[in-house]
Design a protein around this ligand. Structure first.
Ligand SMILES: [Zn+2]
Length: 278
């Protein structure tokens, strides 16, 4: 009996020991799990930090990009400003309106000049804007038995240069010195870059020589051209002001209003622009 008791006591002790061990193992396991969880959490947190960093970085770089973009935009704006400056510069020459642009030996053509021309039936060209007035003037002249033709309209720079050089060579062939030939030429032909023909607003008008003679055409134009916006650009008594000898065939479009006043007052374009405080 006694033996039995001590045996059962031993068993109880053994089972207690085993339980303790189990608990210990479980606690160890629990600790490991806790450590794992902590390590895992730290890992996740670090990853998140990196992500935030990257996000922040890409945000910053997008700001930088935007800044660069705005630099590009500013540059574009600047170049646009420059462009509009040069447009302003050009339009200085058009202050009086495109139809009153002054071109003579002292006022060369504006550098940036875009001309839209229209071709007449004989191949000559004029600025598109003056075409309707020119057509009406010719129609009305014909209705009165006067038959004008456009002998010369718009000229490119090269065409003006050819005319200028040919005239000089012609005078030299007639025995003039180079200097004399140049002086004589410039009485009749504008130095390239200073011709109203390069502006597209001037026309040399002659008679068709079939139904009309030159003098008839010039006389009709003298009395009627202003009604269509054209002026006799180089009157005989204004040579000193215009810098060009009398050319009764050279008509210049300035618009009906200006042409009428110029005609009425017997002045030239230079005087008209000066008197207007322009
Ligand atoms: Zn002319």
């Amino acid at each position: 009996m006694h033996r039995n008791i001590s045996r059962s006591n031993r068993r109880v002790r053994q089972s207690r020991k085993r339980r303790k061990k189990k608990i210990q193992l479980f606690l160890n396991f629990l600790m490991l799990v806790c450590i794992w969880i902590v390590i895992f959490c730290i890992g996740v947190l670090k990853e998140r930090e990196n992500e935030t960093d990257t996000d922040a970085k890409s945000f910053i770089s997008s700001i930088e990009y935007a800044a660069n973009e705005s630099t590009v935009f500013n540059n574009e704006q600047k170049s646009f400003d420059n462009e509009s400056e040069s447009i302003d510069k050009v339009s200085d020459d058009f202050d009086n309106g495109w139809n009153l642009t002054l071109v003579n030996k002292w006022h060369p053509l504006p550098e940036k000049l875009e001309i839209e021309t229209v071709e007449l039936s004989n191949g000559e060209c004029v600025d598109k804007r003056i075409y309707p007035y020119l057509q009406k003037m010719f129609d009305d002249a014909r209705a009165e038995g006067i038959y004008p033709i456009v002998r010369s309209g718009y000229r490119t720079r090269t065409e003006q240069e050819d005319i200028y050089n040919d005239r000089i060579q012609g005078y030299q062939a007639d025995g003039m010195s180079a200097e004399e030939a140049k002086t004589e030429t410039e009485l009749w032909v504008a130095v390239p870059g200073t011709s109203e023909h390069e502006l597209g607003l001037a026309v040399d008008i002659n008679a068709d020589k079939v139904h009309s003679e030159g003098a008839q055409v010039y006389a009709w134009l003298e009395n009627h051209a202003h009604l269509y916006g054209f002026i006799n650009r180089y009157p005989p008594d204004k040579t000193e002001i215009t810098g060009v000898a009398n050319e009764p065939w050279h008509y210049r479009y300035v618009g009906v209003e200006a042409a009428s006043e110029i005609h009425e007052r017997g002045i030239c374009l230079e005087e008209y622009l000066e008197n207007d405080g322009n």
